[in-house]
Design a protein around this ligand. Structure first.
Ligand code: PGA
Length: 250
């Protein structure tokens, strides 16, 4: 899977126009899933563009209730009506800037699954945690709490995005070894909780300063199944990433 997280960038008309560029440039890339996640207010217009293409629509967040007095929130049912198929949950910016907890994230992952949306569930350690040797400890807590109460059947539909916080938007990408080590750890943990077969079937993306220059080395690693891309998804470089991916897969 290749997923572009546009974050709080592009107005609806800019998003629509870039979606059109991507749709033309990415036609024919059918060996993996391609998602783009524009801001909420651009979802409708982007969907009109990519509707019958190979690009799928994702949202950057959602709430776990259907409707009600939750000012500023958006429900999965509302997203589904716009053609959204996947939703990014627990991104480190949501955790850090908006105070999202593992408990809240768990509710959102469960709700997404219940509604038939693919949760792109994000985890990752800060630089401080890595330097203190706490990386695996942090990842284990995030995985166990984020997936709490989710069955083996359901977890197969979850996409996990390992995004070390220190690599997000910094230009400091994890080395392929660092990323593979974390991915392997997460897959082994899934194996302990859900069994080997289930663990092998879960898609684990890497995210954090992915560019066409560093992507090859990451994607060839055994446990790296794709990427969640921020900055490089806002430009033509997203197409380059798709080209690299399709060469490795074929
Ligand atoms: P970045 O963002 O590619 O700009 O580092 C990745 C992400 O936050 O998903």
């Amino acid at each position: 899977m290749l997923a572009g997280n546009w974050k709080m960038n592009k107005t609806p008309s800019e998003a629509q126009s870039f979606a059109n560029t991507l749709m033309n440039a990415l036609a024919g890339f059918n060996s993996f899933d391609i998602y783009i996640a524009p801001v909420f207010v651009a979802l409708d217009r982007v969907q009109e563009v990519i509707n019958s293409s190979n690009i799928k629509l994702a949202a950057q967040n959602m709430y776990f209730e259907d409707n009600g007095a939750f000012t500023g929130e958006v429900s999965p049912k509302m997203l589904k009506e716009l053609g959204v198929e996947a939703v990014i949950i627990g991104h480190s910016e949501r955790r850090k800037i908006f105070g999202e907890t593992d408990e809240l994230i768990n509710k959102k992952v469960k709700k997404a699954l219940k509604e038939g949306l693919t949760p792109i569930f994000c985890i990752g350690e800060t630089l401080e945690e890595r330097e203190k040797g706490l990386t695996f400890c942090v990842l284990e807590k995030q995985v166990r709490e984020g997936l709490y109460g989710i069955s083996a059947e359901e977890v197969k539909k979850v996409v996990i995005a390992y995004e070390p916080v220190w690599a997000i938007g910094t230009g400091v990408v994890a080395t392929p070894q660092q990323a593979q080590e974390a991915h392997e750890f997460v897959r082994k943990l899934l194996g302990q909780i859900y069994g080997e077969e289930v663990a092998q079937s879960v898609t684990i993306l890497y995210g954090g300063s992915v560019t066409p220059e560093n992507f090859f080395g990451l994607f060839v690693k055994r446990d790296i199944d794709g990427a969640l891309v921020g900055g490089a998804s806002l430009k033509e470089s997203f197409v380059e990433l798709a080209k690299i991916m399709s060469k490795i897969i074929c």
